[in-house]
Design a protein around this ligand. Sequence first.
Ligand SMILES: Cc1cc2nc3c(=O)[nH]c(=O)nc-3n(C[C@H](O)[C@H](O)[C@H](O)COP(=O)(O)OP(=O)(O)OC[C@H]3O[C@@H](n4cnc5c(N)ncnc54)[C@H](O)[C@@H]3O)c2cc1C
Length: 389
Amino acid sequence: MKKTVEKVAIIGAGPGGLATAIALRKQGIDARVYERAGEFRPVGAGVGLHPNGLRCLDAIKPGIVDILKCSGCKVEKVTLKTVTGETIMTYESPMFKKYGQPTLTIWWYRLQQILASYLPSEVIHLNYRCIGFEQNENSVITNFENGKTVESDLLIGADGVNSTVREILIGDSQPRYVGSMSWRAVVNYKDDLLQQNEVILMKGEESIVFLLGVGEGNMSWLARKLLPDSTLSSTLAEAKSRVLREFANWMEPVTELIAQTDPKRILEGPICDRLPLNQWSYGRVTLLGDAAHPMTPAAGQGANTTFEDAYELGECLYNFPDLQTALTNYDNRRIQRTAIIQTHSAAREKLYYQPFQQTNQQLQQERENFENWMYDYVPNSELRLRSWQ
Ligand SMILES: Cc1cc2nc3c(=O)[nH]c(=O)nc-3n(C[C@H](O)[C@H](O)[C@H](O)COP(=O)(O)OP(=O)(O)OC[C@H]3O[C@@H](n4cnc5c(N)ncnc54)[C@H](O)[C@@H]3O)c2cc1C
């Protein structure tokens, strides 16, 4: 059977690029990943994987989710607290009962490592920073900073929120700073702060802190604050002093946790998104994950919608007779859904910083309906029937 594409170049070895390479190689497509970093370093913090993302990963490669579950933490309990550590509310996570998969919290670095372990090592090219590409009717030539070029049938930009591929393809300038800065890290698990399988959300004035287990004897802290200035600190030590200063009036265990963190492990970053696009694919080039639909972390859907993209792009390339039809269908399947989640995440980002309050029944119902729609996403297995044949 003739394949829609033989050779695919994927820019970026984040969760999106790696999951897509696994999905395409399963079909016998020669998909290769090109990453600007020289090595996979132990960076990032805890990432929340929700039922929609886990279901797509499982459809891409049965077994991955079980491995991720062995590495990360299945969230069973959520606790809301004040800055002084007073508990406001504790509730059981409804995810597994409602959607058949839990929320899984895992270290970003371990997620990257586990996904990479499903690919032959020669498929991932490190020290390949994409700096440009040119396409014609028959192929795309991608240029890298190291002087190398790669020719492929399809180029996928999975190169994150500051995507070079998007910049060249669409040119819609810089991501939008939404007004909050974040600092996050992974540290050794401390059982006096956090129970196993618990997520703690603490709210202060215009600031929040999450504490979560990420498995394998580690936990993660994520601190966010509304700040007009999105300038990054010039050194790692300065970033640490800044977060300590911004969270100085928090309960001691939180400030102590930050104080004890190795500055090399603290990832500082502005929270950014972009407005939704109405087209991702042009000719032989398309976008995926944060490059296509960067969103604020408020709904925890960055990685999850990215896994949906990876699955659906794989299915479209498998099912449709030519590249153009496959990419048009990919855009049609993904753009509307991710635009809704992007818009929702932007609105919810601001609500995060408001004091805890009871929502009325109607708002509660609307929220539940939205969450059902978001988490109940089922990878479209019917497409596998190859309806075009
Ligand atoms: C280092 C890092 C740590 C992160 N940590 C967390 C976290 O702790 N929690 C969380 O929720 N989310 C985190 N994220 C974001 C999260 O991964 C994404 O929101 C989501 O998973 C979508 O993934 P993605 O693969 O589309 O993009 P990303 O995860 O951003 O991956 C993009 C990849 O492309 C590479 N890249 C960028 N430009 C180029 C280029 N020109 N040429 C070649 N390669 C390029 C980057 O180095 C990166 O590996 C992190 C992202 C990065 C890059």
